[in-house]
Design a protein around this ligand. Structure first.
Ligand SMILES: [Zn+2]
Length: 275
Protein backbone atom coordinates (compact mmCIF):
# COMPACT_ATOMS: atom_id res chain seq x y z
CA UNK A 1 0.00 0.00 0.00
CA UNK A 2 1.55 3.30 -0.99
CA UNK A 3 1.06 6.33 1.19
CA UNK A 4 3.14 8.67 -0.87
CA UNK A 5 0.09 10.78 -1.65
CA UNK A 6 -0.55 11.44 2.02
CA UNK A 7 1.79 13.66 3.93
CA UNK A 8 2.53 12.93 7.56
CA UNK A 9 0.45 15.94 8.67
CA UNK A 10 -2.58 14.89 6.68
CA UNK A 11 -2.40 11.35 7.98
CA UNK A 12 -2.25 12.38 11.63
CA UNK A 13 -4.99 15.00 11.22
CA UNK A 14 -7.17 12.39 9.50
CA UNK A 15 -6.48 9.85 12.26
CA UNK A 16 -7.67 12.33 14.85
CA UNK A 17 -10.89 12.70 12.86
CA UNK A 18 -11.36 8.92 12.92
CA UNK A 19 -10.86 8.59 9.17
CA UNK A 20 -10.46 4.99 8.08
CA UNK A 21 -8.27 5.92 5.15
CA UNK A 22 -5.92 7.94 7.34
CA UNK A 23 -5.64 5.08 9.84
CA UNK A 24 -4.92 2.66 7.03
CA UNK A 25 -2.02 4.88 6.00
CA UNK A 26 -0.88 5.33 9.62
CA UNK A 27 -0.88 1.60 10.27
CA UNK A 28 0.77 0.77 6.96
CA UNK A 29 3.57 3.25 7.65
CA UNK A 30 4.13 2.61 11.34
CA UNK A 31 3.25 -1.03 12.04
CA UNK A 32 6.59 -2.25 10.59
CA UNK A 33 8.46 0.22 12.82
CA UNK A 34 6.49 -0.79 15.89
CA UNK A 35 7.15 -4.48 15.27
CA UNK A 36 10.83 -3.78 14.77
CA UNK A 37 11.05 -1.93 18.09
CA UNK A 38 9.03 -4.64 19.79
CA UNK A 39 11.40 -7.34 18.48
CA UNK A 40 14.41 -5.54 19.86
CA UNK A 41 13.07 -4.24 23.17
CA UNK A 42 10.40 -6.77 24.19
CA UNK A 43 11.09 -10.02 22.33
CA UNK A 44 7.35 -10.83 22.29
CA UNK A 45 5.98 -13.78 20.32
CA UNK A 46 4.29 -12.78 17.03
CA UNK A 47 0.83 -13.20 18.61
CA UNK A 48 1.74 -11.17 21.70
CA UNK A 49 3.30 -8.50 19.49
CA UNK A 50 0.10 -8.23 17.48
CA UNK A 51 -2.04 -8.02 20.61
CA UNK A 52 0.30 -5.44 22.09
CA UNK A 53 0.07 -3.14 19.05
CA UNK A 54 -3.70 -3.60 18.74
CA UNK A 55 -4.13 -2.60 22.41
CA UNK A 56 -1.74 0.32 21.95
CA UNK A 57 -3.69 1.53 18.91
CA UNK A 58 -6.92 1.29 20.90
CA UNK A 59 -5.29 3.32 23.66
CA UNK A 60 -4.02 5.96 21.24
CA UNK A 61 -7.55 6.46 19.99
CA UNK A 62 -9.39 6.28 23.34
CA UNK A 63 -11.22 9.39 24.58
CA UNK A 64 -11.46 10.96 21.17
CA UNK A 65 -7.80 10.22 20.25
CA UNK A 66 -6.58 12.02 23.35
CA UNK A 67 -3.16 10.28 23.59
CA UNK A 68 -2.47 10.68 19.87
CA UNK A 69 -3.30 14.38 20.09
CA UNK A 70 -0.69 14.86 22.83
CA UNK A 71 2.15 13.73 20.56
CA UNK A 72 4.39 16.29 18.89
CA UNK A 73 2.82 17.18 15.54
CA UNK A 74 5.34 19.57 14.05
CA UNK A 75 7.43 16.99 12.22
CA UNK A 76 7.38 13.25 11.69
CA UNK A 77 10.64 12.48 13.49
CA UNK A 78 9.47 14.14 16.71
CA UNK A 79 6.07 12.50 16.37
CA UNK A 80 7.72 9.10 16.02
CA UNK A 81 9.84 9.79 19.10
CA UNK A 82 6.66 10.37 21.13
CA UNK A 83 5.12 7.23 19.68
CA UNK A 84 8.29 5.31 20.59
CA UNK A 85 8.27 6.64 24.18
CA UNK A 86 4.62 5.67 24.51
CA UNK A 87 5.27 2.15 23.21
CA UNK A 88 8.32 1.59 25.38
CA UNK A 89 6.36 2.68 28.48
CA UNK A 90 3.45 0.42 27.62
CA UNK A 91 5.65 -2.53 26.66
CA UNK A 92 7.81 -2.26 29.79
CA UNK A 93 4.70 -3.01 31.88
CA UNK A 94 4.40 -6.38 30.17
CA UNK A 95 7.99 -7.56 30.64
CA UNK A 96 8.93 -10.23 33.14
CA UNK A 97 12.33 -9.65 34.82
CA UNK A 98 12.61 -13.42 35.35
CA UNK A 99 12.99 -13.80 31.57
CA UNK A 100 16.06 -11.52 31.43
CA UNK A 101 19.33 -13.29 30.71
CA UNK A 102 21.24 -14.10 33.87
CA UNK A 103 24.43 -15.02 32.01
CA UNK A 104 25.82 -11.55 32.13
CA UNK A 105 25.37 -8.67 34.61
CA UNK A 106 22.08 -6.85 34.03
CA UNK A 107 22.53 -3.19 33.27
CA UNK A 108 21.55 -0.53 35.78
CA UNK A 109 21.50 3.24 35.06
CA UNK A 110 24.62 3.63 37.24
CA UNK A 111 26.50 0.82 35.49
CA UNK A 112 25.62 2.28 32.08
CA UNK A 113 26.84 5.73 33.10
CA UNK A 114 30.07 4.15 34.34
CA UNK A 115 30.55 2.24 31.11
CA UNK A 116 30.07 5.36 28.97
CA UNK A 117 31.97 7.84 31.12
CA UNK A 118 34.63 9.86 29.35
CA UNK A 119 34.17 8.17 25.97
CA UNK A 120 33.82 10.09 22.68
CA UNK A 121 30.25 10.43 21.37
CA UNK A 122 30.59 7.82 18.64
CA UNK A 123 31.86 5.23 21.15
CA UNK A 124 28.92 6.05 23.43
CA UNK A 125 26.47 5.66 20.55
CA UNK A 126 27.91 2.26 19.62
CA UNK A 127 27.82 1.03 23.22
CA UNK A 128 24.29 2.33 23.76
CA UNK A 129 23.03 0.51 20.68
CA UNK A 130 24.83 -2.65 21.78
CA UNK A 131 23.16 -2.43 25.18
CA UNK A 132 19.81 -2.01 23.43
CA UNK A 133 20.53 -5.37 21.81
CA UNK A 134 21.56 -4.37 18.30
CA UNK A 135 23.99 -6.46 16.29
CA UNK A 136 27.09 -4.86 14.80
CA UNK A 137 25.59 -5.25 11.32
CA UNK A 138 22.52 -3.18 12.24
CA UNK A 139 24.54 -0.63 14.21
CA UNK A 140 26.64 -0.10 11.11
CA UNK A 141 23.50 0.66 9.09
CA UNK A 142 22.03 2.98 11.72
CA UNK A 143 25.24 4.96 12.23
CA UNK A 144 26.39 4.65 8.63
CA UNK A 145 29.83 3.80 9.93
CA UNK A 146 31.41 0.60 11.19
CA UNK A 147 31.12 0.17 14.96
CA UNK A 148 34.74 -1.06 14.89
CA UNK A 149 35.91 2.57 14.91
CA UNK A 150 34.71 2.90 18.51
CA UNK A 151 37.86 1.20 19.78
CA UNK A 152 37.93 2.53 23.32
CA UNK A 153 34.27 1.75 23.82
CA UNK A 154 34.64 -1.74 22.45
CA UNK A 155 37.57 -2.46 24.79
CA UNK A 156 35.30 -1.66 27.71
CA UNK A 157 32.49 -3.69 26.15
CA UNK A 158 34.65 -6.79 25.81
CA UNK A 159 35.75 -6.49 29.43
CA UNK A 160 32.25 -5.89 30.86
CA UNK A 161 30.07 -8.08 28.66
CA UNK A 162 32.19 -10.95 27.25
CA UNK A 163 29.08 -13.16 27.01
CA UNK A 164 27.50 -10.77 24.50
CA UNK A 165 30.32 -10.72 21.97
CA UNK A 166 28.65 -13.21 19.66
CA UNK A 167 25.26 -11.43 19.47
CA UNK A 168 24.02 -11.46 15.88
CA UNK A 169 20.26 -10.92 16.36
CA UNK A 170 18.72 -7.54 17.01
CA UNK A 171 17.29 -8.47 20.37
CA UNK A 172 17.90 -7.24 23.88
CA UNK A 173 19.08 -9.98 26.24
CA UNK A 174 17.63 -8.22 29.28
CA UNK A 175 14.46 -6.44 28.11
CA UNK A 176 13.10 -5.78 31.62
CA UNK A 177 16.37 -4.43 33.04
CA UNK A 178 17.03 -2.35 29.93
CA UNK A 179 13.47 -1.04 30.11
CA UNK A 180 14.26 0.30 33.58
CA UNK A 181 17.42 2.02 32.25
CA UNK A 182 15.45 3.61 29.41
CA UNK A 183 12.69 4.78 31.73
CA UNK A 184 15.29 6.30 34.09
CA UNK A 185 16.88 8.03 31.09
CA UNK A 186 13.50 9.40 29.91
CA UNK A 187 12.90 10.92 33.34
CA UNK A 188 16.41 12.37 33.71
CA UNK A 189 15.72 15.50 31.65
CA UNK A 190 17.33 18.68 33.00
CA UNK A 191 16.98 22.36 32.13
CA UNK A 192 20.30 22.15 30.30
CA UNK A 193 19.08 19.47 27.89
CA UNK A 194 18.85 20.82 24.33
CA UNK A 195 15.41 20.52 22.69
CA UNK A 196 14.92 17.49 20.46
CA UNK A 197 14.65 19.79 17.43
CA UNK A 198 18.36 20.65 17.82
CA UNK A 199 19.28 17.00 17.57
CA UNK A 200 17.06 16.56 14.54
CA UNK A 201 18.78 19.50 12.85
CA UNK A 202 22.24 18.17 13.66
CA UNK A 203 21.34 14.75 12.26
CA UNK A 204 19.97 16.40 9.17
CA UNK A 205 23.18 18.40 8.82
CA UNK A 206 21.47 21.75 9.37
CA UNK A 207 23.61 23.01 12.25
CA UNK A 208 26.76 25.12 12.23
CA UNK A 209 29.77 23.55 13.94
CA UNK A 210 29.80 26.13 16.75
CA UNK A 211 26.22 25.17 17.59
CA UNK A 212 26.81 21.47 17.07
CA UNK A 213 29.79 21.09 19.35
CA UNK A 214 28.17 22.16 22.66
CA UNK A 215 25.10 20.02 21.93
CA UNK A 216 27.23 16.95 21.21
CA UNK A 217 29.31 17.58 24.30
CA UNK A 218 26.15 17.72 26.38
CA UNK A 219 24.97 14.41 24.92
CA UNK A 220 28.19 12.65 26.03
CA UNK A 221 27.47 13.60 29.66
CA UNK A 222 23.69 13.12 29.81
CA UNK A 223 21.94 9.75 29.73
CA UNK A 224 18.60 11.38 28.88
CA UNK A 225 20.04 13.07 25.82
CA UNK A 226 22.19 10.12 24.68
CA UNK A 227 19.08 7.99 24.84
CA UNK A 228 17.11 10.50 22.73
CA UNK A 229 19.98 11.14 20.35
CA UNK A 230 20.40 7.44 19.58
CA UNK A 231 16.61 6.87 19.50
CA UNK A 232 16.28 9.55 16.80
CA UNK A 233 18.82 7.75 14.64
CA UNK A 234 17.18 4.41 15.35
CA UNK A 235 13.61 5.47 14.60
CA UNK A 236 14.56 7.15 11.33
CA UNK A 237 16.55 4.15 10.24
CA UNK A 238 13.52 1.88 10.76
CA UNK A 239 11.25 4.44 9.10
CA UNK A 240 13.38 4.26 5.96
CA UNK A 241 13.69 0.46 6.15
CA UNK A 242 9.99 -0.20 6.79
CA UNK A 243 8.60 -3.03 4.70
CA UNK A 244 4.83 -3.33 4.20
CA UNK A 245 2.89 -5.71 6.44
CA UNK A 246 0.17 -8.03 5.09
CA UNK A 247 -3.16 -6.32 4.34
CA UNK A 248 -5.17 -8.64 6.62
CA UNK A 249 -2.92 -7.67 9.53
CA UNK A 250 -3.68 -3.98 8.95
CA UNK A 251 -7.38 -4.82 8.56
CA UNK A 252 -7.42 -6.59 11.92
CA UNK A 253 -5.81 -3.58 13.58
CA UNK A 254 -8.38 -1.25 12.06
CA UNK A 255 -11.10 -3.22 13.80
CA UNK A 256 -9.72 -2.02 17.16
CA UNK A 257 -10.39 1.61 16.22
CA UNK A 258 -13.42 3.83 16.76
CA UNK A 259 -13.62 4.82 13.11
CA UNK A 260 -16.31 7.21 11.99
CA UNK A 261 -18.97 6.32 9.47
CA UNK A 262 -18.26 8.21 6.28
CA UNK A 263 -21.38 10.38 6.01
CA UNK A 264 -21.83 12.84 3.19
CA UNK A 265 -20.86 15.86 5.30
CA UNK A 266 -17.83 14.06 6.67
CA UNK A 267 -16.80 13.04 3.19
CA UNK A 268 -16.68 16.68 2.20
CA UNK A 269 -14.34 17.38 5.08
CA UNK A 270 -12.32 14.33 4.15
CA UNK A 271 -12.09 15.53 0.59
CA UNK A 272 -10.81 18.89 1.77
CA UNK A 273 -8.08 17.17 3.75
CA UNK A 274 -7.10 14.42 1.39
CA UNK A 275 -8.36 15.53 -1.99
ZN1 LIG B 1 20.54 16.26 28.52
Amino acid sequence: MSNKLFTFHKIVAGCEEGSRKAWEAFLADYTPIVFQLSDVYFGFSPQKQNDFWRDAVAQLSANNFDTLKRFEHQAEREFLMDLRDFLLEEGAEKLDPALDSAETPRPTPEAVLGLLKGLPLLDQEVLFFKLCGYSDATIEKILVTTPAVAQKGLERWRAEYPALLAVSDDRCVWPAAWGVVLRTARKAKTEGCPPLRHFVRIHEGGFQWHEKEPAEEHVTGCLHCLSRWTALREIWHWRKQAKPRPADEIEALLSALPLRTETKARKTLFKRMFG
